[in-house]
Design a protein around this ligand. Structure first.
Ligand code: SF4
Ligand code: SF4
Length: 399
């Protein structure tokens, strides 16, 4: 018997976190007398930040090491998982684990009675608005917390790693037991708070926990998957050499007018997206000029629409916009689709302002990319329609 754990992580920012989880599952399962190994698959691309990638851990109580490796080690794409860990809940909208080869459901590999373990502050019902239906029952377990996003190649040491190990122990004690997790962490780190974090996560996922954080998901729950499920080409179907179709040349002013590469949409890389108040926009051009992914479309009346399918959520536009509350980064899971905000605004500007403020909410969340620091939450302000207030780095002034 082989049990498989997949760790879905955001490329570069969570790579070392994913790797630590995978390798510690191996160490802990081995201490329990099982055979185990871990590997990873990093789908590289020119624009790597935030790309959904995977680490894997394979555990067997009865196979010899060579057989386990022969069965699992040579495969780059695994067929099924007992547990799929999701380190950033915005990946519930779908992942592109093979570079830019199409958007797959986050639970695609979860087997019958398997489990999707998600780090999130949302309820399973809220996540199921984005997750594809399965033809059988499985579970969603929520480990309370925010996406642990660190700097490039850096592990943000905020105990997410230990908490995931505790969560896995609660879901399947035969895979790794909480006692084995605790003793391993104590021996390895000599730091009690790490073992305690694992134990607290374990307790939070137990059936008796209040509120319950594990939900049984039936075939009726979830959505009909809106994207075409990609099929990787077989080796004998591949052509000699590679042909990359050129981007169609052209540019039209207006929503979606830019000529962009249809093969290189990067919308699944983002944890937050920019929300724009067009009534506060001074048409300064800075967001359009500075966006590294050319997501802004100039409009005939001088505004800048956003094409979210290409936005990577880097936050540069929100940083550079000189007007208070004009561009704000908002949790990606608050948005159902990638429709044009400008078209909504033109259709009904009052309705749009209400809609965008609802999406923004009160909290302004930022992720300082410094190891060991949590997220920063400040309070925003609802600006009256058309009230333009400039921002300076150190002070604010009326324009
Ligand atoms: S967050 Fe803003 S600057 Fe960054 S890719 Fe998206 S639209 Fe462009
Ligand atoms: S940076 Fe802000 S004010 Fe300037 S054009 Fe963009 S949205 Fe408008």
């Amino acid at each position: 018997m082989i049990k498989r754990v997949e760790v879905n992580y955001r490329g570069i920012f969570q790579k070392n976190l994913g790797k630590k989880i995978g390798s510690d599952i191996v160490m802990i399962a081995s201490r329990m007398g099982q055979k185990a190994f871990s590997n990873g698959r990093y789908s590289d691309s020119p624009e790597r930040n935030g790309i959904p990638c995977k680490y894997f851990a394979f555990v067997s109580p009865d196979l010899p090491e060579e057989e386990l490796e022969a069965e699992c080690g040579a495969k780059l794409e695994i067929d099924e998982t007992n547990i799929s860990v999701v380190l950033d809940d915005t990946m519930c909208k779908g992942v592109e684990p093979w570079g830019w080869h199409g958007i797959r459901p986050i639970n695609e590999k979860v087997i019958k009675d398997g489990c999707l373990l998600v780090v999130s502050r949302k309820k399973p019902e809220e996540l199921l608005k984005f997750i594809g239906k399965k033809p059988y029952n499985y579970r969603i377990a929520i480990l309370d917390g925010d996406a642990s996003l660190a700097g490039l190649w850096v592990n943000k040491d905020d105990l997410t790693h230990e908490r995931i190990l505790g969560g896995i122990a609660a879901i399947d004690p035969a895979l790794i037991s909480i006692e084995a997790v605790e003793s391993y962490l104590m021996e390895k780190t000599k730091q009690k708070h790490r073992a305690e974090a694992a134990r607290a996560a374990f307790e939070s996922l137990r059936a008796e926990a209040k509120p319950p954080r594990v939900k049984l998901v039936t075939p009726k729950e979830g959505i009909d998957w809106p994207h075409e499920k990609p099929v990787l080409p077989k080796w004998f179907e591949m052509q000699e050499g590679a042909v990359v179709p050129a981007v169609k040349r052209g540019f039209e002013v207006g929503p979606r007018g830019q000529s962009r590469n249809a093969m290189f949409k990067r919308g699944t890389t983002k944890t937050q997206r920019p929300a724009v108040r067009f009534d506060l926009c001074t048409k300064c051009t800075l967001c359009w000029a500075e966006c590294p992914d050319e997501c802004f479309d100039p409009t005939k009346d001088g505004f800048y629409d956003i094409e979210y399918q290409y936005c990577v959520g880097c936050g540069k536009c929100a940083e550079i916009c000189p007007v208070k509350e004009c561009i704000v980064m908002v949790d990606e899971l608050r948005f159902e689709d990638d429709s044009s905000p400008y078209e909504h605004w033109k259709k009904d500007s009052k309705d749009y302002i209400q809609w965008v403020e609802d999406k923004k909410g009160k909290d302004r969340v930022s992720y300082p990319f410094v190891t060991g620091k949590g997220i920063t939450v400040t309070q925003g302000e609802v600006m009256p329609e058309g009230k333009i207030v400039g921002i300076k780095k150190t002070e604010e002034a009326e324009l």
